[in-house]
Design a protein around this ligand. Structure first.
Ligand code: ATP
Ligand code: MG
Length: 454
């Protein structure tokens, strides 16, 4: 069932329940009040009669009948006088003889004055009122019996009116609830319509919704998601086209070399040069393919975090890079390596390798490369940094260095090697560890790349 109808039904059901409760409340209060005022009215009228009748009893009992029929006419009721044992004494209707047995519920009431409303089969609703003839002496009782059908008709017609008003309001609320339900679900429908219009060719999502609530949040989140998807798609396209371009270049060179190789067979030095060029291009292609496979594999592999100390890091870097540093007479410095981090060992060392390799590659001989693992200065638990005093990165190139295959002009002329995938891999590893990646660099002065752990 659609949300709109579910909401509509819920609201309507609530309205029906509330109206029923209100109806029962109003009717009960009205009924109780009407009957109470009727009871009080008859009691006060009855006391008027009691005052007169009391004077005749028991000495002038012959005048009692006269008073009884007078007040019976005046109150439009049947009046019975009972003795102190609640046995019949006088009947204004003259139907029952004195002493006749009476079985009436009102006679069992403990307290007088008392009033009771009882439905009967032959007289409709009957009101019984029992009053003491004398408050001080146990003389007897006056029982007033009157037909109160009109009271019940009045209550019944009041019930009908209230039912009518309630039905009309429930009906009006049905429409109102439908409106409210549509008002609530309208923006959701707009969002659904907009989402249905998203296709691989047209990935756009925009909903005009000004209220600041969960629906706004939902729309913003979807907008954000679609934008991310577009960016991801764009990056993938770019990655694919750069990859094919990067593979094509060494392939073309290799083809050219192979085609010309037979012509230089006689000239052994040129032949040798051609072969070594071929080997350079094959190595370049292998590096690209290796890196590409790494980029792919990393995305699939789940993180296996473990404790990694600064000492482990130093050992690993010295093993792999000490000889290169020595060849270029570059000093490898390690700083504050007492810190430990939680990271996927293989991935983190891979990122560190790429950063150290860059620092060494883009530094002149006799330079200095500093590797540090320190507690983070600001937000974060630890900070891993690789700094060099090499060629640096021009400011305008900084935003691009993490793009796949990006190599600055200066870097390309400085060093032929390199596929431009190293920092892409570092970025990917940083993202996987939820690390922040910062680069500070000045052209000609040096570069510092920092990985800040959360
Ligand atoms: N320490 C650094 N000093 C100067 N420039 C750097 C440094 N690190 C990176 N760069 C610049 O960023 C570019 C991208 O670096 P990245 O590591 O991705 O590629 P690469 O080193 O050229 O090749 P690869 O790492 O794939 O062998 C480099 O080509 C270079 O221009
Ligand atoms: Mg590199």
């Amino acid at each position: 069932m659609k949300l709109r109808f579910r909401l509509w039904l819920t609201f309507s059901l609530l309205v029906v329940i509330i109206c029923t409760v209100i109806y029962i409340g109003i009717i009960n209060v009205y009924e109780a009040r009407t009957m109470e005022s009727q009871k009080q009215l008859v009691i006060s009228q009855g006391y008027g009669a009691v005052d007169k009748i009391r004077g005749t009893l028991p000495r002038a009992a012959d005048r009692t009948d006269g008073y009884l029929s007078f007040y019976s006419d005046q109150l439009n009721s049947r009046l019975l006088i009972l003795n102190h044992e609640k046995q019949l004494w006088f009947d204004s209707a003259k139907q029952l003889q004195p002493g006749a047995p009476l079985s009436l519920a009102i006679l069992n009431e403990g307290e007088v004055p008392a009033g009771l409303f009882i439905p009967t089969s032959s007289y409709g609703y009957v009101q019984y009122t029992l009053l003491p003839l004398d408050e001080a002496v146990d003389l007897g009782y006056l029982l007033i019996i009157n037909n109160v059908d009109y009271l019940y008709e009045d209550i019944f017609s009041f019930r009908l009116q209230v039912i009518f008003i309630m039905m009309a309001s429930v009906f009006a609320f049905f429409f109102l609830c439908y409106g409210i339900a549509s008002w609530f679900t309208g923006p959701i429908n707009t969002i659904i319509q907009q989402m249905k219009r998203i296709t691989p060719q047209r990935r756009a999502f925009k909903v005009a919704y000004s209220r600041k609530d969960e629906i706004r949040e939902l729309a913003t989140e979807i907008e954000h998601m679609v934008r991310q998807l577009n960016r991801y798609d764009q990056r993938q396209q770019q990655f694919l086209s750069s990859t094919s371009h990067e593979l094509k270049t060494p392939l073309a060179t290799m083809q050219l070399i192979v085609e010309n190789l037979p012509h230089v067979r006689e000239d052994s030095s040129t032949h040798h040069d051609f072969l070594s060029d071929l080997s350079v291009q094959i190595n370049k292609m292998r590096r690209i393919v290796d890196n590409l496979m790494d980029v792919n594999r990393m995305a699939e592999k789940p993180l296996e975090k473990q404790r990694l100390s600064g000492k482990d890091l130093e050992k690993h870097i010295r093993e792999h890079f000490q000889w290169i540093a020595e060849e270029k007479l570059i000093e490898l410095n390690f700083l504050g390596l007492d810190t430990t981090i939680e990271a996927d060992r293989d991935l983190f060392l891979r990122a560190a390798d790429n950063l150290v390799s860059n620092a060494l590659r883009y530094s002149d001989t006799k330079g200095r490369v500093t590797i540090s693992l320190l507690p983070a200065s600001g937000n974060g638990s630890a900070e891993f940094a690789v700094c060099d005093d090499g060629i640096g990165i021009p400011e305008e190139e900084l935003p691009h260095i993490f793009e796949p295959f990006y190599r600055s002009n200066e870097a390309s002329s400085w060093n032929q090697e390199g596929s431009g995938l190293g920092l892409t891999i570092v970025k990917q590893i940083a993202d996987m560890h939820e690390c922040r990646l910062l680069v500070e660099s000045q052209s000609g002065k040096g570069t510092c790349v920092k990985l800040i752990f959360p």
